[in-house]
Write a protein that binds this ligand. Sequence first.
Ligand code: ZN
Length: 471
Amino acid sequence: MKKNWFYLLVTVLFGMSLASNVYGKEKLRVVSSFSILGDMVHQIAGNEVHSDTLVGPNGDTHVFKPSPFDAEKVASANVLIINGLEFEGWIERLQESSEFSGKLVIATSGIDKIRMEEEEHHDEHGKDEHHDEHEEEHHDEHGKDDHHDGDHAFEWAGAFKLSAGEYVWTFAKVDGDYADPKMKMVILASKLDGEAAIEEREEMAEGLIKSHGAIDRNHGEALTPNDGNAYQLAFDSNRNVTEFRVMIKKEGVYTFFTEHMPFEFEADEHFFKNTEKQDIEPIAQEPDAGHHHHHHGEFDPHGWNSIANAKIYVENIRKALVEAVPAKASIFNKNADAYLKKLNALEKTLKSEIKQIPKDRRKVITAHDAFGYLGRDFGLEFMAPQGQSTESEASAKDVARIIKLIREHKIKAVFVESISDPRLIEQIARETGAVVGGKLYPGALSEPDGPASTYLKLMEHNVRTIIKALK
Ligand SMILES: [Zn+2]
């Protein structure tokens, strides 16, 4: 009797564990690196797989930092789907740390890739290459002060390590005109180094620029570090270059805050030099110029922004799922075919809508360069101060370049992005009078109640937002 009870108990327990195996582990575990891939898995597999995403809605995959929880997800995955093309710079380490042993699917396999351009205009500082490209007159709308009612009193800050002596700060006419007829500048000594120096003094600088008691300075006059006042610099319209002598009595770190970008006043000489005419470069500046040293992959990773590519993503995912669970092939195939039909229909509709916009108006400014594929497919020209990753901030020079382009090409609209700080684009809009045409979703879905909760909705939202602003 005792034996029978024991036997029965063992049988029940064994049966339970078998059952939990069947219901808990039968479903294929699929982990996608970011929300757009997660949506594609959902469209193809519905609830037939257990699907998880690492970078969720509104997340920025470029700068994602996986947690131990993410490593657990990957460790238990049968299939890991990534974009590839170095979009997920963190994925290899995550695979290693989680000892991932499943199947890796690279969604961009076989897409028509865009090779990344060499960005020569970022390589050097103080050169004139971007001035020479554009010869049209485009400074006619300058000279107004109305773009300084925003929250920032200064547009640019730089910290310099200077030895005692005299330096020359120049403001040159670009294409026949000064970017502005005058501007305020604050020079403050700092006990700190690098970026910390700027942070230490920026509040004081802001206060001085906003206060009314600025000291007037004209061509050839001297500027010294001054904790009590801002300088009001007047640019001499009879000269091509207005210069000011910066006098430093004691070696140290000095921060300079300017109401306008110094790069806007660069013709063919660097704006700051010593008396031997050698360029003096900042040890830190804001907006940051870290961009110069940024390395990126060989190809533009934002492949999903082409619907034609997205169809290849879908084929890659379909194939992987069918191989992993052949028993469900018919379900996956049926769903994938229906999804491809919707993608085709949307592509066709949006392409015909774009055609209603005159070709010379199809120029779009976004924060980071994520829409190269959309541009190629849809005949739109995208420009961005921030480059192809959100990892690096736009340099002051990148921003100045975009501002020039907007003025030259009379670009009407600029767009903020769901994953980038809107302030840079808002500043550019203020500076140029372009309107902010709306928010685009470059590389992540919105929350479920947002306008880009699926890949199809994301593409529709992005393209229609652009069309509306360009019309
Ligand atoms: Zn991106």
